[in-house]
Design a protein. Structure first.
Length: 287
């Protein structure tokens, strides 16, 4: 029973970190209809900025996280304006080629500026401690990741479903020309949505650095993982992405506990099985 509970706790922590990083990609693919393969690159930028701020500038963890999110969003603004805006509504192959190119450019620039080495983000004393759950102890930092995932999920759901901005976003996705005719400034809606997605990627890259280390080829190493979450959960679905992360996190963690020699075999076997049964994802909507 202790093993089962330990697996459950680690799976929850991994799943929630994966959700925080991946949900921005679900937004861009499901709501903005953009296949953004550079999503992981923005998470990497956030991790690099946070590491530089905390280690080289001596800033606290909270300030480093804030600087990472704000800095990554600022960097993304001209990229969205000059590059992404050209591929809104373009064929998917065009989007894939453009965002793959952006990914390699970001990797090259980041490694030139910050150096091609693994980046660590020092944790404050409060997050270095552990909490006794009775059957085991869990790092406070992992609890912080779990709580962050829950807050992000609730905040996104409320924003998209209950606010006027969410209404404008869904209207722009369903019929951009009609929304524009009704006075919705679709270019601003898309820009804000893109900034939110990038900010979440940066935040997830920092919070999840313990489980998904920030290294020179982070954007390529985890690209498939982030795409898998969107495919399994259903593009644009917050609940679907959360459920996908929890299920895949549980399967991956269980496999690594019990049969580590198989690597990620069970993770991708589960992906194949779920996609075969749910072609549009667990909560995907018909187009």
């Amino acid at each position: 029973m202790q093993t089962v509970l330990s697996i459950a706790v680690d799976a929850l922590a991994y799943g929630m970190v994966l959700f925080v990083i991946s949900i921005g990609l679900s937004i861009t693919m499901g709501l903005m209809r953009v296949v953004n393969l550079a999503h992981g690159a923005f998470a990497m930028i956030g991790g690099y900025i946070a590491s530089y701020a905390a280690r080289d500038l001596g800033m606290g963890y909270a300030a480093a996280v804030l600087l990472a999110v704000v800095g990554t969003v600022i960097i993304s603004i001209p990229i969205e304006r000059l590059l992404y805006r050209r591929i809104y509504g373009a064929p998917e192959l065009t989007q894939v080629l453009m965002t793959i190119g952006i990914t390699f450019c970001i990797i090259g620039i980041a490694n030139y500026v910050f150096g091609p080495t693994l980046k660590t983000i020092p944790l404050p004393n409060e997050l270095q401690s552990s909490v006794n759950l009775g059957f085991r102890t869990i790092g406070t930092h992992r609890l912080f990741g779990i709580i962050s995932g829950l807050i992000v999920a609730l905040a996104l759901w409320y924003t998209i479903e209950k606010t006027s901005f969410g209404v404008k976003l869904r209207a722009s996705v369903d019929n951009a020309s009609m929304a524009a005719a009704l006075g919705v400034r679709t270019e601003i809606v898309y820009a804000v949505s893109f900034a939110v997605a990038v900010g979440l990627a940066a935040f997830g890259g920092v919070v999840g650095a313990e489980l998904l280390p920030v290294e020179p080829y982070y954007a390529l190493r985890y690209m498939v993982t982030f795409l898998v979450v969107v495919s399994v959960g259903g593009a644009g679905s917050i609940s679907g992405a959360l459920l996908a992360c929890l299920i895949l996190g549980c399967i991956d963690t269980t496999g690594r506990y019990l049969m580590p020699e198989y690597g990620e075999f069970f993770f991708y076997l589960a992906v194949i099985a779920i996609v075969c049964v749910f072609p549009r994802g667990l909560a995907g909507r018909a187009k």
